[in-house]
Every structure is written in structure tokens, then in C-alpha cells.
Unconditional design. Structure first.
Length: 398
């Protein structure tokens, strides 16, 4: 039998009385639940990008609401029977109404003013998104779209439900046609939008509260635009301000000066990094010269530097090892014990294959890596094998 959907004509119905038509036990992994079908319901099921309502039916908590064609199934945490008093979690419902109506308005503005078609919509717990098809929206486009949408919000235009066939709605100027037979339900924002939709919506655009556009990113061939409506805008604005205030406190400036101070701090950090890097490279070159100078030439005429570093920053080891390997007829076989990084390199006149050497060593001790004939680096599966890996490499080099 068909469940009467109260929310179709009265999205503001918070409580109702329904007769239980069926209540079937569901045994799951976590806990036992029940599938309840009523003769009528105000609970909205997950559909069209909008999440389901929550609330209670008598003493039972409504955990999920599912659209199964003619029937709406309520998943609850205990059995119910007879007449039950349904009560909607109104804060959640009204939030969803604000987001969904805001999406309709935003999609209409983006299509009419900027030729950006909405191809999908998702109403998340914290962020809502629409996927747009068309040219990449510029920052100026997003600002203009936000302003245009909020202008309609402030005008407090009526939002109403209309019913009609696809042909009748087409004649009324529906934004996006639906290929479906029978009578369809559509949402109209006066003078702005007419769109087939089964979701719950506010009664006037002023109830949306406000619309705020956030990040826009590339998703395959489309553009995913994040947005917020209503109370979510106020929460986000508060969080943004608190973040800005906390940053300002750390930078010892006012919130208004935070951005310029961040730019200044980042510039100083980058300059310090470049200076530290240059000094590190110079120090590595000097130490490499010392190490090579103090390394004896073996029977084959090569200087083979083999060392497992410990207690030295990885960034410095990665400067020192290549610096050693730039010297003529010198081989660097270097590892770092703490992380298991390993580096093999050779200078002019050696004639070995460091990449092949690394792969052979890793084949014995485990790990991954690669490189070129002259320089190869990798990571040992177990840092504790660092010394053994260097010993194997030394034996191979001869």
C-alpha cells in the first residue's frame, strides 16, 4: 500500500500521527533493528542528494528512512505498533531545507547568469556541493553569483510547490526537464526558478538565511563548488574569524593585519630556508672534501666511502652523500640508520652501475628504490639492516 508523504505538501510538519502497517525485525551485526511502514509519514527518505530525516516514533528512535517506491520504510531501534506519534528532528530538517532551497536558487542563478549547468548536488553534514558543467568559474563569477543569489534571499520571495505533467511544467518554463510519466512535483522560487524536486524546502527565500560560496575545484570534466546556507554560514564565519584571531595572536598583530603579516612571515621563512640550504650545501661540500681526502685509495685505484650515519638530519645526509660522489674515482655507499634511507653514487672515472648495485642489495635485504647509472637511492624495508646493506654493496664494488 502507498505511504502518504506529508512532507510533499507540508515541509513544516514537525509532528504527526501514523498507523503502523508493518513492523519487521532486522537482525544485523551491531544490533537488532526494525523496519516500520506507516500509513502516512512526515519523515523524508534519502533522495535527490538530500539526506534522510531523523527523529522518533513514540519511544523508538528513527535511525534511517528509505524510499522503496510506494512505501517509505523507517528503520527504528525498537518495535512499534498501533498508532504512533512521529516527531521530526527539526533542527536537522530545517537545516536541510535551507541547504536544498539555497541549492535551487544558486543553480538557477549560475545557469541563467553564467551558463553553468548543475549536474549533481550533495548535501553533506558540514558542506554542500554542486557539480557544474561549463567554463571554469572565475573568482569574479563566484562573487557575482553569491551576490545575485543573496539578493533574491533578501527579497524574501515565495517558494511554493506545483504539480503537473512534464509537458505542463515545460510550458511553465521548468529549468531542467524530467523524462517521467504522470504528475510531477516541482519547486518554484517566484520569478527565478521552477524545478522538479521531491525534497523539502523553505516557504520563502528569506528563510534560507544567507548563501556563502566556498572552494571550487576541478572534478573530472566538471567543477565542484562548495557552498553553505543559513546557520551553517554563521558557524563558518565564526570559525573563520576565530582562526584569523588565533593567527593574529601568534603573529602579535590585529586580525585585520593578519594576512599581510602572514605574507611577511612566509617571505622571511623562505629567505631563511634558502640561506640555510646554501649554508648546508657549502658545509656538505667541505665535509665531503675532508672525507674523500682522508679515505685511502684501494687496490683498484678507487676511493670507496662507506658509512652508516646516525644522529644526523636526513636532509643533511642527502646533501652530503651526493657531494662525496662528485669526486673523481670515488664511490659513496651511504645509509641513515634512523629511517633506512640508502644512497649509492659514483664520481667520474669509476665506471660502475649504481642503479644495478642498489637493486641487487635491496634484493637481498629488502626495500625499494632506483636511480641512474651514477646515482641511486632508496629505502630499506628494515632500517636495522643498514650496516649489512652497505657491507654487501662494498663487497660488490670490490
Amino acid at each position: 500500500m502507498t505511504t502518504k508523504r506529508i512532507y510533499y505538501d507540508d515541509a513544516f510538519a514537525r509532528e504527526f500521527i501514523g498507523e503502523v502497517r508493518s513492523c519487521e525485525e532486522i537482525t544485523g551485526e551491531d544490533a537488532t533493528k526494525w523496519r516500520v511502514v506507516l500509513d502516512r509519514t512526515a519523515f523524508y527518505p534519502t533522495s535527490g542528494g538530500q539526506p534522510n530525516d531523523l527523529g522518533t516514533q513514540g519511544e523508538a528512535r528513527v535511525l534511517d528512512v528509505v524510499d522503496e517506491g510506494d512505501e517509505i520504510v523507517h528503520v527504528v531501534d525498537r518495535a512499534v505498533q498501533g498508532s504512533v506519534a512521529g516527531k521530526i528532528d527539526w533542527a536537522r530538517r530545517f537545516d536541510h531545507m535551507q541547504q536544498h532551497t539555497g541549492q535551487h536558487l544558486l543553480s538557477a542563478v549560475l545557469m541563467k547568469e553564467f551558463g553553468l549547468e548543475t549536474v549533481s548536488f550533495h548535501l553533506g553534514e558540514e558542506i554542500c556541493t554542486i557539480d557544474l558543467r561549463g567554463l571554469e568559474p572565475s573568482a569574479e563569477t563566484l562573487v557575482a553569483a553569491e551576490q545575485a543569489a543573496n539578493a533574491v534571499v533578501f527579497e524574501d520571495r515565495p517558494v511554493s510547490v506545483k504539480y503537473g505533467t512534464a509537458e505542463e511544467l515545460r510550458a511553465l518554463g521548468v529549468r531542467k526537464e524530467v523524462d517521467r510519466d504522470g504528475v510531477l512535483r516541482a519547486i518554484e522560487i517566484e520569478g527565478v526558478e521552477l524545478q522538479p524536486c521531491g525534497g523539502t524546502h523553505v516557504a520563502r527565500t528569506g528563510q534560507i538565511g544567507m548563501i556563502q560560496l566556498r572552494r571550487c575545484t576541478k572534478i573530472r570534466q566538471d567543477w565542484r563548488l562548495e557552498f553553505l546556507c543559513g546557520e551553517r554560514v554563521a558557524k563558518a564565519a565564526r570559525a573563520d574569524y576565530e582562526t584569523r584571531r588565533a593567527v593574529a595572536e601568534k603573529l602579535k598583530c590585529s586580525p585585520e593585519e593578519a594576512l599581510s603579516m602572514v605574507d611577511k612571515t612566509v617571505g622571511e621563512r623562505d629567505a631563511s630556508f634558502r640561506l640555510a640550504k646554501a649554508r648546508g650545501e657549502r658545509l656538505a661540500d667541505l665535509e665531503a672534501e675532508k672525507i674523500v681526502r682522508e679515505t685511502a685509495v684501494d687496490a683498484s685505484g678507487l676511493k670507496i666511502v662507506e658509512h652508516v650515519f646516525e644522529g644526523i638530519e636526513a636532509s643533511y645526509v642527502l646533501l652530503l652523500a651526493p657531494a662525496i660522489a662528485t669526486h673523481e674515482k670515488t664511490v659513496a655507499l651511504v645509509a641513515r640508520r634512523e629511517c633506512g634511507h640508502i644512497f649509492f653514487g659514483q664520481g667520474p672515472g669509476v665506471g660502475k652501475d649504481m642503479n644495478a648495485l642498489l637493486k641487487k642489495v635491496l634484493g637481498v635485504v629488502g626495500g625499494k628504490g632506483g636511480g641512474t647509472k651514477d646515482f641511486a637511492r632508496g629505502a630499506l624495508a628494515d632500517p636495522a639492516t643498514a650496516q649489512r646493506a652497505i657491507e654487501i654493496a662494498r663487497a660488490e664494488v670490490g
